[in-house]
Ligand binder design. Structure first.
Ligand code: 5AD
Ligand code: SF4
Length: 444
């Protein structure tokens, strides 16, 4: 590393699109960049390095990422010294082609090569233009540097990639095949985070239920949860995402057993009709999904269930869509992330005609979201009068005298209070259930 890098403080502006994996990757990149003398700035016009962490899972975030990169090209015309890099799934998919397509772009780095960022940056600073690092390491396990961030709530990667090949999904090709991180590293990372003040961890993976599935010498997912539960000082454990076909009774029963495991399950279902599920290559039926959701609620009545769902998949008839609405009504999700299908290059479904018009997709999305809004409000109102444990995260955005935090089942609560409770677990009485949050008061 050059002397210049060590003595001069530089600034990095990072823009993140997409999912929690990407947010976590951005955090990891910032940590690596701090070691190279870069501090984060929220102002792109004062940055020495601009990094765009992209997502290709759906068309919208991908388009946004491209137009964002375009803006920085113009910035570069005025200040040729600024370094511009593209990270994330667009980088992985585009590789060298991106460098040719976007003039002024200095480097491209895929999600599997984040650890090489300091080296790439060094090359670029030395004047080597057009550095590119994409691809994945071979093998079923992945080693990541231990994160030493200081956050009340911290993401911890336990696995990367996906082996499921849902027909619409670009993840297996851009994030690679499933690789789990050794449990010893996961546990060491969490211990280190807790020593620095972390009280809640969110375990990340595309399909955490199949953690280390091909490695008989490794802990299973429920065993890993049990070990994490024993770490002194850690108050809360969450995880995301799960695939319905891999959700076992053992995991369902873990909720009552582990004190620190929060009662929230994110279980994407994608569609409510068996015909569509089959074409999506999901590996589960509507009935199987409903049975698992029912078991989750029976085993842990206070559990909150959220999911991802899509409308407008090729060939989705009105009756298929009605079955999606019925499923939503049956499960009564606490929250839903809903999307309009868009064909993604390289996936199986991209070969089929995208035959649902944009107008129909939009209408179906609106109908679905309206239904879910009613259900969310109803479920939030059900909590009125209850006393719940809240981990206080900080001031609420709306008022300096209001604090915000989350109850165990992941809803946001705002309540009057001062900063002395930040980082604490407190009891809050819920007075009002609103559309997007709860309102309450501290129980002294
Ligand atoms: N079109 C629309 N939504 C998609 N998702 C994944 N691929 C697509 C696509 N091609 C959604 C799924 C997934 C979430 C992360 O994004 O619902 O669970
Ligand atoms: Fe994509 Fe399906 Fe894997 Fe989820 S389970 S990442 S939707 S292929």
């Amino acid at each position: 590393m050059s002397d210049k890098l060590i003595v001069m403080e530089k600034r990095v502006y990072i823009k993140t699109f997409g999912c929690q994996m990407n947010e976590h990757d951005s955090e990891r990149m910032l940590a690596l960049l701090a070691g190279c003398g870069y501090q984060e700035t929220k102002r792109w016009d004062e940055a020495d390095l601009i990094l765009v962490n992209t997502c290709t899972v759906r068309e919208k975030p991908e388009q946004k990422a491209y137009s964002f990169v375009g803006r920085f090209q113009r910035l570069k015309e005025n200040n040729p010294d600024v370094i511009v890099g593209v990270a994330g799934c667009v980088a992985q998919q585009g590789g060298e082609r991106l460098l040719a397509r976007i003039p002024g772009l200095d480097f491209v780095i895929g999600p599997g090569k984040i650890y090489r960022l300091p080296e790439i940056l060094h090359d670029v600073e030395k004047g080597r233009k057009g550095a590119c690092a994409v691809g994945f390491e071979d093998g079923s396990s992945v080693h990541l540097p231990i994160s030493h961030s200081q956050q009340l709530r911290a993401y911890v990667t336990i696995m990367q990639g996906c082996d499921n090949f849902c027909s619409y999904c670009v993840v297996p090709s851009v994030r690679g095949r499933e690789r789990s991180r050794p449990s010893s590293e996961v546990l060491a990372e969490i211990e280190s985070l807790v020593q620095r003040g972390t009280k809640e961890v969110i375990l990340l993976g595309q399909n955490v239920n199949s953690y280390a599935k091909n490695n008989p010498h490794e802990l299973t997912f429920p065993q890993l949860l049990a070990k994490i539960n024993e770490i002194p000082g850690l108050e809360r454990i969450r995880f995301t995402t799960s695939h319905p076909k891999d959700l076992t009774e053992e995991v369902i029963l873990t909720f009552g057993k582990l004190k620190h495991l929060c009662e929230h399950f994110h279980l994407p279902f994608q569609a409510g009709s068996n015909a569509v599920l089959e074409r999506m290559n999901r590996g589960h039926t509507r009935e199987e999904y409903l049975a698992k959701a029912k078991r989750l609620r029976e085993a842990t009545p206070q559990i909150s269930i959220t999911a991802d769902v899509m409308v407008g998949f090729p060939g989705e008839r009105e009756e298929d869509f009605s079955q999606t609405l019925e499923l939503i009504q049956d499960v009564e999700f606490d929250g839903l992330f809903s999307f309009k299908y868009s064909p993604r290059e390289g996936t199986q479904a991209a070969q089929w005609k995208d035959d649902i018009t944009p107008e129909i997709k939009q209408r179906r999305l609106e109908v679905l979201q309206e239904l879910q809004r009613e259900i969310t409000l109803k479920r939030n109102k059900k909590l009125e009068g209850a006393v719940r444990e809240v981990l206080v995260e900080g001031r609420s955005r709306n008022s300096p005298h209001t604090m915000m935090g989350r109850i165990r089942c992941n809803r946001i609560v705002n309540f009057p209070g001062g900063p002395e409770v930040v980082g604490e677990l407190v009891k809050v009485k819920i007075n009002e259930g609103l559309q997007n949050s709860l309102r309450g008061e501290l129980c002294r």
